[in-house]
Design a protein around this ligand. Structure first.
Ligand code: ADP
Ligand code: MG
Length: 343
């Protein structure tokens, strides 16, 4: 089966080091892919390559199974939504949405009908005559979304479309975006640095590191089974440590218990004794950081303080990792861990 979009071995640099390196990425019809990663890892560059605004130095871009590496953006049927709404301020909402249809020489009747449908889809039917300056940020972003979907693109590219909105609006627009994609069956690629957004929207997610895919899979797979230190730490697994005989593992702080050293021990759990560095009150709970002496050297581990009253900086504590929450980092080289320091 042909992918809607496929990048094969794409590489690029702007003069300094590589920004994209041997990047392979495929998006299937109707799929919602989230591209995740820290600032500067190459997410926007990847979208610009897909849209045709940037011709990569190496590799191939296929759209609908055909080589489109040299096809200019206006001849690719792609819709884009940016963080900045980028609307024409002097045009009405309806005229903004109609713009791509005019460029494609769609007749007036058909244009009016499709603009009306697109505005209904994003809940702006009543505001067609307004100018962008008379709309809130959330409404402007809905116009940008309508403008992108009205051309019935082969793929909709979304570059951090929600990050200019306040928290409440962001969550509201997030579920609208999910609904629009469901109702239209559009293929979409969403760039975000917000893991919650990716988990809520995507069928599949890919985490990018320095212009390469560090891991991809279903949101559940990637979130629950990060394969390497980079993905684990990006997704909030603050604790990465080498366990004797097991290599490197990652554990979320929410899944680590910090107990007083004299509390009754659970023999089935993995636990370490250490010294409390710091306690932090977080409203619903208190976290503690404890330095434990592991064979490979001291490591600071963070977890939930079970009885914060019994813990204090400088005092002994026990760090308890419960088994299902310990995630082996399969991509990391399994270095032998010395059981004792050699003399
Ligand atoms: P992201 O969207 O993941 O934050 P970008 O794809 O925008 O990252 O950028 C990746 C890297 O490429 C960054 O280091 C950025 O500074 C660099 N970069 C992006 N566009 C250009 C450009 N036009 N000229 C020079 N460097 C660029
Ligand atoms: Mg970007």
């Amino acid at each position: 089966m042909n992918h809607v979009v496929e990048l094969r071995g794409v590489g690029h640099n702007f003069g300094a080091g590589p920004v994209l390196a041997d990047l392979d990425l495929a998006v299937d019809r109707g799929e919602f892919l989230a591209l995740l990663g820290p600032s500067g890892c190459g997410k926007s560059t990847t979208l610009r390559v897909i849209a045709g605004y940037l011709r990569p130095a190496e590799g191939q871009v296929l759209i609908g199974g055909r080589d489109a590496t040299r096809v200019p953006p206006q001849r690719r049927n792609i819709g884009m939504v940016f963080q900045s709404y980028a609307l024409f301020p002097h045009l009405s909402v309806a005229e903004n949405v109609a713009f791509g249809l005019r460029m494609r020489k769609v007749g007036k009747l058909e244009r009016t009908r499709r603009v009306g449908e697109a505005l209904e889809l994003v809940g702006l039917g009543q505001l067609a005559a307004r100018k962008p300056g008379q709309l809130s940020g959330g409404q402007q972003q809905r116009v940008a979304l309508a403008r992108a979907v009205v051309i019935r693109p082969d793929v909709l590219l979304l570059d951090e479309p929600l990050s200019n909105l306040d928290a409440r609006l962001r969550i509201q627009l997030r579920s609208e975006l999910a609904r629009v994609q469901r109702e239209t069956g559009l293929t979409a690629v969403l760039v975000t640095h917000d893991q919650e957004e990716a988990l809520a929207l995507a069928d599949r997610m890919a985490v990018l590191r320095d212009g390469r895919i560090a891991q991809q899979g279903s949101p559940r797979e990637v979130f629950e089974r990060p394969r390497n230190r980079f993905v684990a730490q990006f997704l909030g697994y603050e604790n990465v440590l080498a366990l004797p005989d097991r290599g490197e593992v990652a554990v979320r702080p929410e899944h680590v218990r910090i107990e007083a050293a004299d509390a009754a021990a659970d023999p089935s759990a993995v636990s370490f004794e250490g010294v409390v560095d710091e306690l932090t009150y977080r409203g619903t709970h208190t976290t503690a950081t404890v330095t434990v002496p592991l064979p490979a050297g001291p490591v600071a581990l963070r977890g939930i303080a079970l009885s914060p009253g019994a813990l204090a900086p400088g005092r002994a504590a026990r760090v308890v990792l419960s088994e299902p929450a310990i995630v082996p980092l399969l991509d990391e080289p399994h270095r032998p861990v010395l059981e004792e320091n050699p003399v």
